[in-house]
Design a protein around this ligand. Structure first.
Ligand code: NAD
Length: 476
């Protein structure tokens, strides 16, 4: 029997592949490794194998990940609430399903072509290679599902460094998606993670030469860290989304939408309404409607006690020539907790149906100026819509993240959108309409305001490559 060189090379490649696959499985369970180096090296091999598969196969892997994520949406939601003590199971299920169903796949990658007197030029969206992805405690499984689908659809492998406080949920998500890929005939270790996630592991991932791109979803510290890494980095950072209600708004609908958005997953989402700014003329009516729709309105006398309990004083910085500063920070024991538990701490008992507390405060109150991620919404009355817009811009702190407005006046909505310059601006709906839940458009759990990609999707995880053919394939 004749056998040519190309066939021999193909057979050798297959044998090496299956051997590497088995080796990978020996040191890892479902993509989980003891060290960052092992995880990255395995991901480098997996990405090479992925690059040999065609786009249709890649889409099959994406479909398998979607299916596995949907099948495990409840399991992961329950794990996350149990492990982190934050959020609501039913809402986390919706978030997992949203990530599984509405994260774009390979259809997000589009080739551009230029034709003319000199032939044909193609501009293609190519993978970066191996991506290091750092994920938050607030959306542990959702971010991993969303990132994995987008990154792999774009032809990359990904090594996750999850938040240590959401370790089990995050590693379980990695394991589930990894298994789905392997069952669908994809390479082992296309998704990987370290067994013991930590700040040190995240830093090792950032510095590893096998990692070509970094994607950080979290607060300002991690965004700063990836942007100083010297690598291509996407930073999806903190927000403090204001919701503005003006005198032209449908107040009944605004009240319903605000409760739905601000209480969703106990206000953990970075896009959630964090402070309510309302024009005086309609403020009392809005407060009444919020109460009628089930919000608990805190009395003036209880606000100080809640504020003292909900914030702690933290030492910030110091070292070298810098003096240590003391600043207020949200009390971690209150972040993402049920409102019933939060209010119990100050001696108030509310029924289990109450999802949100609302309290009237001044514009400089810590609940307004800090991203507190609690189902307690501060309400600030202002005289005019112009004042409302100015305050919204001020308290968003230039994060360029998310803002929401309830209004029927096109000029007012345009004015807020133009001045606040956020990545997401939602009009007359709960904040989550901005990530595709009840609003048009795809879903993302990595919203990159600081680095400008916006709601990230497969195309955000690609590099452009140009292919030029001179004087050929021009057919007109
Ligand atoms: P966090 O910043 O504490 O942690 C996020 C991740 O970064 C974790 O994995 C953590 O271990 C790691 N990390 C933190 N500092 C680091 C450093 N200096 N070096 C290396 N790794 C570091 O955030 P969190 O509490 O998990 O999540 C809540 C924050 O994330 C909020 O500020 C929220 O607005 C933001 N967030 C933003 C988006 C978005 O899409 N823009 C999505 C979710 C959460």
């Amino acid at each position: 029997m004749q056998i040519d060189q190309a066939r021999i090379a193909e057979i050798v490649e297959r044998v090496v592949e299956s051997f590497e696959g088995r080796l990978g499985q020996e040191v890892a369970t479902g993509g989980i490794f003891s060290t960052v180096s092992q995880a990255v090296e395995a991901a480098v091999g997996a990405q090479k194998r992925l690059s040999l598969l065609d786009r249709e196969k890649r889409e099959q892997l994406v479909a398998a990940m979607r299916e596995a994520a949907m099948a495990n949406a409840r399991l992961l939601a329950e794990m996350a609430v149990r492990e982190t003590g934050m959020g609501r199971v039913e809402d986390k299920i919706l978030k997992n399903l949203l990530a599984a169903q509405k994260t774009p796949g390979t259809e997000d990658l589009q080739t551009q072509a230029y034709t003319g007197d000199h032939g044909l030029t193609l501009l293609e969206m190519a993978p970066f290679g191996v991506i290091g992805a750092i994920t938050p405690v607030t959306n542990p499984s959702e971010t991993i599902i969303n990132n994995s689908i987008g990154m792999i659809a774009a032809g990359n492998a990904v090594v996750f460094s999850p938040h240590p406080s959401a370790r089990s949920t995050s590693l379980k998500t990695v394991e589930i998606l990894h298994e789905a890929i392997v069952r669908a005939g994809g390479p082992c270790n296309l998704i990987a993670a370290v067994q013991k996630p930590s700040m040190e592991a995240a830093q090792a991932l950032m510095g590893h030469p096998g990692v070509n791109m970094l994607v950080a979803t979290g607060g300002p510290g991690v965004v700063r860290a990836v942007l100083s890494s010297g690598k291509k980095a996407i930073g999806a950072g903190a927000g403090n989304p204001p919701v503005v209600v003006d005198q032209t708004a449908d107040i009944d609908k605004a009240a319903r939408d605000i409760i739905a958005g601000a209480s969703f997953d106990n206000n953990l989402p970075c896009i959630g309404e964090k402070e309510l700014i309302v024009v005086e003329e309609v403020a009392d009516r809005l407060i009444q409607r919020l109460q009628r729709e089930g919000a608990y309105i805190l009395r003036a006398g209880d606000i100080d006690a809640l504020t003292r309990a909900a914030f702690i004083v933290k030492e910030d910085g110091g070292g070298g020539c810098t003096a240590t500063a003391r600043k207020l920070a949200p009390n971690p024991a209150f972040i993402g907790r049920d409102v019933g538990m939060i209010l119990r701490e100050i001696g108030i008992d509310v029924g289990r149906d109450v999802r949100l507390a609302v309290m009237e405060v001044g514009p400089d109150h810590p609940f307004v100026t800090h991203e507190q991620m609690m189902p307690v919404l501060p309400l600030v009355k202002v005289s005019t819509v112009e004042d409302a817009i100015a305050l919204a811009v001020k308290v968003e702190h230039g994060n360029r993240h998310t803002a929401i407005m309830h209004s029927k006046h096109v000029d007012y909505m345009t004015e807020l959108a133009r001045s606040i310059k956020t990545t997401i601006f939602v009009k007359n709906a709960p904040s989550y309409a901005g990530i595709g839940a009840g609003g048009e458009g795809f879903c993302s759990f990595t919203i990159a305001g600081p680095t400008g990609e916006g709601l990230t999707s497969a195309r955000s995880f690609t590099r452009q490559r140009r292919c030029v053919l001179v004087d050929g394939f021009r057919i007109i």
